[in-house]
Design a protein around this ligand. Structure first.
Ligand code: NAD
Length: 343
């Protein structure tokens, strides 16, 4: 039997992973999440009553709790997504990022290593640990070129530095202890159930509230956008079929300048709502002082996962962004209660 221990499964990507596993595989799922401001059990409503799904509130750094859960659930796979994930918050204060992303990952690794050491035979051979990370660990690109798995690490924000540190821990646990781990590095995700502090959700929800749409600098920074459900599918492929000790870049080959992304959302909202402001939603765009240390461009070369594992993003940017706008338009119940905390 396949049992997946997901950390951070009440977050944006983690909840997509839990929904994917329950809806598209036969796996049992145990979801451990601390429920920080970013964790939301409402994102799991469609699977919460499924007998193969179980939620536990707790911290990945709580060694006793994690060890007891692992012994009880006997997972074949761990998918580690729990993290502090918002760059702007990390600039305002990095403490939680160090605690969860670095120390928490260390404690989780140690609990998982001890659990695996107790396994034998097929259970031991089957066990795998996926650490979910970001392309931001590679730093920034100029106008050309792509991040490949061998690009040297050069993190520029407290967030990306904390993720880079945790990637290095996972790598070292593989090489030092033979711990069966893999790492994935993904580009910017967007889609349903994203906390409205990040660019896509923030732009849609603020536009609908007729608030200004802040864009850093001149909006010329470029991100490579991936629809979250494509990411969830890729993560399951990597943890179930990837080669141990390997790193896999995941990206949708959908580069956009921030300003073009925001304008696209405005155009969609103009067409889909009956009460657009005079001049359209784009009239709400406001350029604000650039983020400190703002990386100019991220772009993923996803050749390795495409050729080795046969993965390809199903959504291109146009279909994904339209599906996302439609989702926010029809699911106010999910995001409205979150607006007061979205900073
Ligand atoms: P998120 O902020 O939406 O969710 C993080 C989840 O982790 C929340 O549910 C939170 O409650 C939980 N959590 C935080 N600290 C915890 C702790 N100490 N113990 C247990 N649970 C804890 O993040 P996300 O956008 O879903 O990102 C998930 C993972 O993917 C992160 O590791 C992030 O670095 C990585 N990632 C995100 C993106 C992106 O665009 N969002 C891109 C690439 C990689």
């Amino acid at each position: 039997m396949t049992t997946v221990f997901v950390t951070g499964g009440a977050g944006f990507i983690g909840s997509a992973v839990c929904r994917y596993l329950i809806e598209r595989t036969d796996a049992q799922v145990v979801n451990l999440d601390k429920l920080t401001y970013a964790g939301n059990l409402q994102s799991l409503k469609t699977i919460e009553d499924n007998p193969r799904y179980r939620f536990v509130q707790g911290d990945i750094g709580d060694r006793e709790l994690v060890s007891a859960l692992l012994r009880d659930a006997r997972p074949t796979h761990v998918m580690h997504l729990a993290a502090e994930s918002h760059v702007d918050r990390s600039i305002r204060g990095a403490g939680d990022f160090i605690d969860t992303n670095i120390v928490g990952t260390f404690r989780l690794l140690e609990a998982a290593r001890a659990y695996r050491d107790e396994l034998s035979g097929e259970a031991r051979d089957q066990f795998r640990f996926l650490h979910v990370s970001t392309d931001e660990v590679y730093g920034t690109l100029g106008d050309t070129g792509y991040f490949v798995e061998t690009t040297p690490y050069a993190p520029n924000s407290p967030y990306s530095a904390s993720k880079a540190a945790s990637d290095h821990l996972v790598r070292a646990w593989f090489h030092t202890y033979g711990f069966p781990a893999l790492i994935s590095n993904c580009s910017n995700n967007y889609g349903p159930y994203q906390y409205p502090e990040k660019l896509v959700g923030r732009t849609i929800t603020r536009a609908l509230a007729r608030q200004s749409l802040p864009v850093f600098g001149q909006g010329l920074n470029i991100r490579d956008w991936l629809y979250v459900e494509d990411h969830a599918q890729a993560l399951w492929l990597v943890v179930s079929r990837g080669r141990l000790g390997e790193q896999y870049n995941i990206g949708g080959r959908n580069e956009r300048r921030n300003i073009d992304l925001v304008k696209r959302i405005c155009t969609l909202l103009d067409a889909k709502t009956s009460d657009a402001p005079a001049g359209g939603y784009a009239s709400l765009i406001e350029f604000v002082v650039d983020r400190a240390g703002h990386d100019f461009r991220y772009a993923i070369d996803a050749t390795k996962i495409e050729t080795e594992l046969g993965w390809k993003a199903e959504h291109d940017f146009d279909s994904g962004i339209e599906a996302t706008v439609d989702w926010y338009l029809t699911n106010e119940w999910w995001w409205k209660p979150l607006l007061h905390g979205a900073a």
